[in-house]
Design a protein around this ligand. Structure first.
Ligand code: PMP
Ligand code: GLN
Length: 404
């Protein structure tokens, strides 16, 4: 839903669900398992490098496409971790967070009238950006508990006006990683219909140790039609730094850089240089981060299950979801999120916020598990009684949509 105040050029999107829920968490003094950010603050070495560069410089505009050491480190990291080679001079652009990489890519690649396929639940930025570019977002509705991408769903959504598909893998909010067959089905469609794939891979390093991520760009014929987007915020747990990037063939990278130069032009050089050091030196930290991630997720999932919440599987990202209906609660996800933050002191994200379709699933809540054991235990101490209280309430309350 959007609104258009007088004197404003275009309909405005709603304030994001993350901002809304964090504001409510603050107002009610709740434990914030809503907006995705960890308790911890990334590797000390990367933070120390940032501090050093802030003192010593450089202090002035770096190259518009990003400092060379970062573009080179990204190329090395991508070659080692994904088996994909990109030329740091012509095929990598550093942006102010993945959000800017998404905005610049969509503005560069989507023309008025173009249709863009989104796999919903879809990250909240995609549809508003596609609309601002004059395109039409076409939502493919995926459903719990498996959120499976079936080829017939893709085929039913594509038309002669389809130009691109935005793919998030691993997936926020579900915590899934795509199965090889799903990635293959999207690649087959993209090749058959000459589509560009905007691959939001910000969670590429945040997954179970036993389940490495594979980029769609590594499938045959896909490198040339894929824009890969990444974020240091997720890899190094520094969400506020807003160091992101994109990788694409030279022609697309140049087109996207042309937009980037008038969106932000650049991002702070000290942070870029610190991220470059991290990409080269923090392999061990990344492995420890993945072990901690699994432990935190298991702790939250076990505690929720003991209290009667029905937990859906998650293998990546900082998130896990619960199904309210399967937890015995006849409340919609917004109503449940409001009640949880207001009456029980825990913020969560209603997953229906990741859909526009009227028949979207409305029984799923997302929790951020990238928290210390103490934070998780404190949240669990509230979430147990909360389920029992909501079960009482849902007996009296019909399925309704409430806004926070
Ligand atoms: N895409 C997805 C799927 C995300 O989850 C996020 C942040 N949570 C972003 C993009 C934005 O990343 P950044 O903070 O680097 O802009
Ligand atoms: N992407 C983060 C999440 O999914 C939030 C980012 C934001 O607040 N814009 O929770």
């Amino acid at each position: 839903m959007s609104r258009r105040p007088a004197g404003v050029a275009a309909a405005l999107p709603e304030t994001t669900i993350f901002e809304q829920m964090s504001a409510l968490a603050l107002r009610h003094g709740a434990i914030n398992l809503g907006q995705g950010f960890p308790d911890s603050a990334g590797p000390e070495r990367v933070r120390a490098a940032a501090a050093r560069f802030v003192i010593e410089g450089p202090h002035h505009y770096p190259r518009m496409r990003g400092v060379e050491p970062l573009r080179e480190a990204l190329a090395r990291f991508c070659a080692a971790s994904r088996g994909l080679s990109y030329d740091p001079a012509t095929e990598i652009v550093v942006t102010s967070g993945a959000t800017e990489a998404l905005a610049a890519s969509i503005l560069a690649l989507v023309a008025p009238g173009d249709e863009v396929l989104l796999l919903a639940p879809a990250y909240d930025a995609y549809a508003p950006l596609v609309r601002r570019a004059g395109g039409r977002p076409v939502e493919i509705v995926l459903r719990p508990p498996r959120w499976e991408i079936r080829p017939e769903l893709l085929a039913a959504a594509v038309t002669p006006a389809t130009r691109a598909i935005i793919l998030n893998d691993p997936v926020n909010p579900t915590g899934r990683m795509l199965e090889p067959a799903e990635r293959m089905a999207i690649a087959d469609l993209a090749r058959a219909r000459d589509l560009c794939v905007i691959a939001d891979e910000v969670w590429e390093e945040v997954h179970d140790p036993a389940r490495p991520h594979h980029s769609i760009a590594a499938l045959p014929g896909m490198r040339a039609r894929t824009v890969r987007i990444g974020s240091a915020g997720k890899i190094f747990q520094v969400t506020g730094w807003k160091v992101g990037w994109l990788m694409a063939d030279a022609a697309r990278a140049a087109a996207i850089a042309a937009l980037h130069q008038y969106l932000t032009f650049t991002t702070p050089p000290a942070l870029q240089l610190a991220v470059a050091e991290g990409l080269d030196c923090e392999r061990d930290w990344l492995e420890g981060m993945r072990r901690d991630l699994v432990a935190g997720r298991q702790r939250l999932a076990d505690g929720l299950a003991r209290a009667g919440w029905s937990v859906l599987p998650s293998e990546a990202t900082w998130f896990l979801c619960v199904d309210l209906a399967a937890s015995g609660l006849a409340l919609d996800d917004r109503a449940a999120a409001i009640a949880l933050v207001r009456d029980h002191g825990v913020a969560a994200i209603p997953v229906s916020a990741f859909y526009e379709a009227p028949d979207a699933p409305r029984t799923i809540l997302r929790f951020c598990h990238a928290k210390s054991p103490e934070t998780i235990d404190a949240a669990l101490a509230r979430l147990g009684p909360a389920r029992a209280a909501l079960a009482q309430k849902s007996v009296q309350m019909p399925l309704t949509s409430q806004s926070p």
